[in-house]
Structures are given as structure tokens and as C-alpha cells.
Design a protein around this ligand. Structure first.
Ligand SMILES: Cc1ncc(C[n+]2csc(CCOP(=O)(O)OP(=O)(O)O)c2C)c(N)n1
Ligand SMILES: [Mg+2]
Length: 271
């Protein structure tokens, strides 16, 4: 994998997600922008993959458990050579393969997701299989914070430490907002890092928009040797577009033409 400028990649991913949700009149643009930096660092500097061989047995397995953020996941796959960039114009369109939630028939996607709470259990199974095969690859799962309301996650968190899945990484996109309210209102998670620690996970707690921090923790050995790793990534829903940041409404709303233009101008100005 060639080293890329991850900030530039993140900016392109944000631009794609804005255009895609505008064109498709689709929801979840705030969810996409929240994880743009995490995805850019993963694909630009961390993951082991080969777009010419999506099924390469030694690839790292990236499971996107917050499958509603599909637009930016497809954007990342297009920017890294799994899909033609032009295909992003078919996002959520009839007859296309880029469905509104992450779908496994798209090259580079490991698991269809959208029903929250399934990604981490499957990623734990992938990590266990890789460990038993001595394959040397990792399973990395991106979860949303609201998704941790699902009990299946906590079963997987317990399972993963028991089987000493040191090749498993859970990245929590901790933007403090879910679909009908803040995390604090719906089901408070604080102190989230301590919860993982209590389950015998090693934990990094970082700014999920800081590329240097992201790259450092995602390339480091497990902080708790022999155990899985949680990256509690503090983020801002809608990050990168001033009038979307931290606002619940952009979980559902899509940008109209004027808002798209304003958002793209902000991204351009931020270069
Ligand atoms: C099992 C399940 N219940 C409900 C939903 C509907 N739903 C879609 S996104 C979402 C929550 C969004 O908030 P969060 O999980 O924090 O994700 P974010 O967009 O903030 O990253 C919900 C409840 C779902 N997709 N799956
Ligand atoms: Mg959230």
C-alpha cells in the first residue's frame, strides 16, 4: 500500500459523502462526517489490503458496524481502488449495488450491516479464526456510540477478552449523539473507557479527528498484551461542516443544493 496524505483523503471522503447524500436525498450525512478521519487513517496508513484481491486471505478485516454510514464507506472503497469513483453517483439508486446500508456484495465490504449491534460479534469471530489460523491479520470494527445500547456488543466484549483476541480492535465513534437524542439522554455511556478496562480490554482514549493520534494508536501493539484493544475516539457528528457539527438534525437531513455548495466551499477553504 502506498502512503497517502490522510488529511487530503479525509477531505475527499467528506466531499463524496456530501454529494452522495445530496444526490440520493439520503440520511446519515452527519454519521458519515463523524468517521471520515478514522476511515482516512485506516485506509491511508493502517490497513493491510489489496483492492485487486478483495478476498486476499491475509487482509485485515474491517467491519463497519454502523452500517448506516454507507456513503462514506463506499467513498473510501472508491478512493482506494475497490470501486470506480463514478459509481458513487449511483449511491442508493434503483438498480445500483451501492445500497443505503453497507452491503457485502460491494468489493471490499466484509459484512452487511445496518441492524446495529452485529459488527463486533462477527469481528470477534473473524479475529478468533485468524488467530487460530495464525494468519497475522487483524479484525477492526468501527462502532457507533448509540449502538452500544445493544447488549450483543457487551457479550462480544466479554467473549473477546476471554479468548485473548489481541488481534481485535474496536473503534468507537463517540460523537455523543444517536438518532433521537444525545447519548446522555438516551443511555449514558460515561465512563466508557473504564467499562472496556473493566472487561480486560486495553484502551486508548483519543481525539477521533486527530490523524497523528489515530495513526499512532492504530499501528501500536495492544496496550494490554494478549488482550483486545478499544479505541474510544471522541468525535463530532457532522465534523468538517460548521452548520452540521453537533446537530442531531443531520442524522436524517440531507443537504439541499445551496447547503451542498456551502459545505463543499468550507472543505475547500480548510485545505
Ligand atoms: C438494531 C437497530 N435498531 C435501530 C436502528 C435505527 N437506527 C439507525 S442509526 C441509529 C442510531 C444512530 O446513532 P449512533 O448509533 O450513535 O450512530 P452515529 O450515526 O451517531 O454514528 C438507529 C437507532 C438500527 N439501525 N438498528
Ligand atoms: Mg452517535
Amino acid at each position: 500500500m502506498n502512503r497517502v496524505d490522510t488529511r487530503d483523503l479525509a477531505r475527499r471522503l467528506r466531499g463524496h459523502a456530501l454529494r452522495m447524500t445530496h444526490r440520493a436525498r439520503a440520511s446519515h450525512v452527519g454519521s458519515c462526517l463523524s468517521m471520515a478521519d478514522v476511515l482516512a487513517v485506516l485506509y491511508g496508513a493502517v490497513l493491510r489490503f489489496d483492492p485487486a484481491r478483495p478476498d486476499w486471505s491475509e487482509r485485515d478485516r474491517l467491519v463497519i458496524s454502523k452500517g448506516h454510514a454507507a456513503a462514506i464507506v463506499y467513498a473510501a472503497l472508491a478512493e482506494t481502488g475497490f470501486l470506480p469513483i463514478e459509481e458513487l453517483g449511483t449511491y442508493s439508486a434503483d438498480g445500483g449495488r451501492l445500497a443505503g446500508h453497507v452491503t457485502k456484495t460491494v468489493p471490499g465490504v466484509e459484512l452487511s450491516t445496518g441492524s446495529l449491534g452485529h459488527g463486533l460479534p462477527v469481528a470477534a469471530g473473524m479475529a478468533l479464526a485468524a488467530k487460530r489460523a495464525d494468519a497475522g491479520c487483524r479484525a477492526i470494527c468501527i462502532l457507533s456510540d448509540g449502538e452500544l445500547d445493544e447488549g450483543s456488543n457487551w457479550e462480544a466484549i466479554q467473549f473477546a477478552q476471554h479468548f485473548r483476541l489481541s488481534n481485535l480492535v474496536a473503534i468507537v465513534d463517540y460523537n455523543k449523539i444517536q438518532s433521537f437524542g444525545s447519548v446522555a439522554e438516551v443511555s449514558e455511556l460515561h465512563p466508557l473507557a473504564d467499562k472496556f478496562r473493566a472487561f480486560n480490554w486495553g484502551v486508548h482514549e483519543i481525539d477521533g479527528h486527530d490523524h497523528a493520534e489515530l495513526e499512532a494508536v492504530l499501528t501500536a501493539p495492544p496496550p494490554l498484551p494478549g488482550r483486545p484493544t478499544a479505541v474510544v475516539a471522541h468525535t463530532i457528528k457532522g465534523k468538517g461542516v460548521s452548520f452540521m457539527e453537533g446537530l442531531l438534525a443531520w442524522h436524517y437531513k440531507n443537504p439541499d443544493a445551496a447547503q451542498l455548495e456551502a459545505a463543499l466551499a468550507e472543505l475547500e477553504a480548510g485545505r
